[in-house]
Design a protein. Structure first.
Lengths: 325, 480
């Protein structure tokens, strides 16, 4: 009897496994991707949809349920016209709020400047690391070290450098006329500190990705170019740049997405009140106030802005892959 | 081809069958591992500060000695050290309807929003009449106000201990400079900001220490609730007119920040940092510190004082034992006094303003309405409203009693370094300024901090900053 049961259960297990083995490679691949997509739907898309639904309700700070009646897109209108009742504004078209106190501009300025500097510095580092020279291994380690430092430690390093209690950098920066006496409390100075801190750490990430791209270029192309008399600039322009554009765009895409979500570095250095990024606005509205519907609208707008930028990159990547760049 | 041979066609040596089996088994194991846990014992749980956890045996014994039934066991859990983080935890707990913990220790700065949302138990309907009378008649009334419903007046929290700042100072440096704190009775007779600043400037100059005065002026919750609020009050200014408006009615009370006493408060602070000749500084006050204070909260401001690098320092009483321990001060070279004032009490622009003013902090006990044992939790609170328990907490934890009479009668020998300064503490307790906590205060607090900080920094003139603040506060008032 028990032998029959074992046999039945074994055949029950064997049947789907046999079915599985007869599928095509593509079908099997999709089958394996299924759980991952399901997980993504649960942890990413469902919260995004819920966030959007919450953002259409009123803030209810007097009731146990933080979401009030349906008010449509009012929060979005308020956020985009500078009328939001949050500690900082998302966007104020009248510019009564200083530019670096508007979350959208702070975040865009940070993302554009940081990715620009990180790409330029990372490219330079990668070009150096791509050469054969004595001690190359040590130089690689030195370049990678900042990237290995945890984000809060990195932020604390810069906080302490400019802290009025123990910092040494403020006096120097003040003496050359760059900063005022309270850089961590002054929006423009603090923005610069956060920007430099990010560039210092993350240029290594760009360098590594670009280096991987550089090393995949066939060296014989350079030999041919040399034989035909191409100058170093021409070799860079006609060989390196076109062949590296794909990996470069992917690296820039990753960095841009990270930069658009900047929060931890700001929180641990100058604070969200001084440098209000988009994520700062969401966290502040959620943690310090009970305007959770407004916070949801900011979160959804943040996702929309990032999506638009990712789409721009994807268009660039498609062109790059089809050889149009 | 060998089945384990890796080629461009076969990228894996593992068959589909084995992969699915292994992945399936791992998934089941992880699912099972995620199950289980939870549970708990039958005691009443109270989330409080770490110090209460450290003194758990003594505090629980005191509760039983005060009449709490032996059948009711109390367990103290240490909550997050940072007040804001603890509030977020309580928000999650109450929004989710969780039954644990049974009793919360809530900051008086954010209890009222929970009360108006009806998220904590109404103690007026639960506590005995005797205890309610004791609380209403004998407890520090400003503390009771921050534990009551602004409209109905019902009690929702039992004040556990109040907290009020004092001015800490280096008695040795002051005496070396020729002043006589004891002869002039600095401990109980508040001085004006004018005299304070002159002394601070003189002693700073003579002693050569790094700062004449350290305080908290960062853009944070402590600026709006406390340091700016008390200084403005001592100048006769107010956020919302008469102090009876501090707790509402929201949207139906005047906004009075754009007035002369408030501008003068900012101008005095700018003078303290930048000197009387600076832009928007008050010409009558000398420089006694520098702009470093614009980035300081409590611990940043305390460090230079404890390290011997400051003459005067504004902080909460927790700094007293720290200064004795870490600063190695003793009675001969360290003392405290009430916070100075600019206009006499009662001569301010609004009721409740003027005179020496101390921001009222402190914590309350509230009951989770989702608790499975609210009756037992109420019994625990009944026992907390007992003089012997208050004394035990004062002695074991260091928090002063919420009843002024108990504080004044406390045995100085049993309460550590604070025992040296009970007279000053009593003066501070009689001159407190409650935080203007309403349901909309969490929105208003960062706005106040930001605009005041802008004015301190000099990014805006006092009148421009306060005009902007007036508009933003009004918008928030009308949003509810």
């Amino acid at each position: 009897m028990s032998t029959d049961t074992d046999r039945t259960s074994a055949s029950l297990l064997a049947r789907p496994l046999n079915w599985l083995e007869t599928r095509s490679d593509a079908a099997f691949a999709y089958l394996l991707l299924g759980p991952a997509f399901l997980l993504l739907a649960v942890v990413a898309f469902y919260p995004l949809v819920q966030t959007f639904r919450f953002s259409l309700r009123a803030d209810a700070i007097l009731s146990a349920d933080p979401f009030g009646e349906f008010i449509g897109f009012k929060h979005y209108v308020d956020l985009l016209t500078g009328d939001a009742l949050l500690p900082q504004q998302f966007l104020d078209p009248s510019f009564q709020t200083p530019v670096l106190q508007q979350a959208l501009f702070v975040t865009l300025a940070f993302a554009i400047l940081s990715v620009l500097f990180e790409t330029a510095i990372g490219f330079g580092q990668a070009l150096i690391l791509d050469q054969d020279f004595r001690g190359r291994r040590w130089v690689r380690v030195a370049i990678i070290i900042p990237y290995a430092i945890p984000i809060v430690i990195q932020a604390m390093i810069f906080y302490l450098m400019f802290s009025t209690r123990v910092g040494f950098a403020t006096d120097f920066m003040q003496s050359i006329g760059v900063f005022g006496s309270n850089p961590l409390s002054t929006t423009s100075d603090a923005f610069l500190i956060v920007l430099v801190a990010d560039v210092w750490k993350t240029s290594a990430f760009m360098a590594l990705l670009i280096l991987a791209g550089l090393q995949s270029i066939d060296r014989q192309l350079y030999d041919v170019a040399k034989v035909t008399g191409a100058s170093p600039w021409q070799r860079f322009k006609y060989i390196t740049l076109p062949l590296i554009s794909g990996p470069l765009l992917v690296a820039m895409l990753f960095r841009t997405m990270d930069a658009m979500r900047i929060y931890g570095l700001i929180d641990a250095t100058a604070g969200c009140q001084t440098v209000p990024s988009m994520t700062c606005l969401v966290v502040t509205a959620f943690n310090q106030t009970r305007r959770w519907a407004s916070a949801s609208a900011v979160a959804f707008l943040t996702a929309v802005v990032i999506s638009v930028i990712v789409l721009l990159y994807l268009v660039g990547l498609r062109d790059s892959e089809s050889g149009m760049t | 081809m060998n089945r384990y041979q890796v080629s461009s066609e076969s990228v894996s040596g593992v068959s589909r069958r084995r992969f699915v089996k292994t992945a399936g088994a791992a998934g089941v194991a992880l699912t099972l591992a995620g199950c289980g846990g939870g549970g708990g014992d039958d005691s009443i749980t109270l989330t409080a500060d770490q110090q209460y956890k450290n003194a758990e045996d003594a505090v629980v014994q005191a509760l039983h000695d005060a009449g709490l039934s032996d059948d009711i066991d109390v367990t103290i859990q240490a909550g997050d050290f940072e007040s804001g983080n603890r509030r977020e935890q309580f928000v999650s707990t109450l929004d989710a309807g969780r039954s644990d913990p049974d009793i919360f220790m809530m900051d008086s700065g954010w209890t009222i929003p929970f009360i108006v949302r009806d998220q904590v138990l109404n103690l007026s309907e639960e506590l005995s009449q005797e205890t309610l009378d004791y609380v209403n008649n004998d407890y520090l009334s400003a503390a009771v106000q921050t534990a009551s419903h602004p409209q109905s007046g019902d009690l929702y929290g039992l004040p556990l201990f109040p907290d009020y700042p004092v001015m800490h100072y280096r008695k040795d440096l002051v005496e070396e400079a020729g002043y006589d704190p004891e002869g002039e009775n600095w401990a109980t007779e508040p001085m004006t900001w004018q005299r304070f600043a002159e002394i601070a400037a003189d002693v700073w100059d003579q002693s050569g220490v790094e700062y004449g005065f350290t305080t908290q002026a960062d853009s944070y919750v402590g600026l709006s609730c406390c340091t700016f609020s008390e200084t403005m009050t001592s100048w006769g200014g107010s956020y919302f007119g008469d102090h009876e408006n501090l707790f509402g009615p929201i949207g139906d009370r005047p906004i009075t920040v754009n007035e002369q006493p408030v501008h003068d408060t900012i101008r005095m602070m700018r003078s303290f940092m930048n000197g009387p000749d600076a832009d928007n500084a008050h010409p009558d006050y000398p420089k006694i510190t520098n702009t470093d204070i614009l980035e300081w909260t409590e611990e940043d401001a305390r460090a230079p004082f404890t390290n011997g690098n400051a003459v005067f320092h504004r902080n909460w009483p927790y700094a007293i034992p720290v200064n004795f321990e870490d600063g190695a001060f003793d009675d001969a070279d360290y003392s405290v006094m009430p916070i100075p004032y600019a206009v006499e009490e009662g001569e301010g622009s609004y009721q409740g303003t003027g005179g020496s003013s101390h921001a009222l902090g402190g914590w309350h006990l509230t009951i989770n309405p989702n608790s499975d044992r609210t009756d037992d939790a109420v019994q625990v609170l009944e026992s907390f409203a007992n003089e012997s328990v208050m004394n035990t907490i004062f002695e074991e934890v260091g928090n002063p009693p919420p009843v002024p009479e108990v504080l004044e009668n406390a045995n100085p020998d049993n309460v550590g370094p604070i025992g040296n300064f009970l007279d000053t503490m009593a003066v501070a307790a009689r001159n407190t300024v409650p935080r203007p906590v309403t349901a909309v205060w969490p929105d208003q607090s960062p706005v106040v901090a930001e605009e005041v900080h802008n004015a301190y920094l000099g990014d805006k003139s006092p009148s421009k900053a306060m005009s902007d603040l007036e508009g933003r506060l009004e918008e928030l008032e009308q949003s509810v």
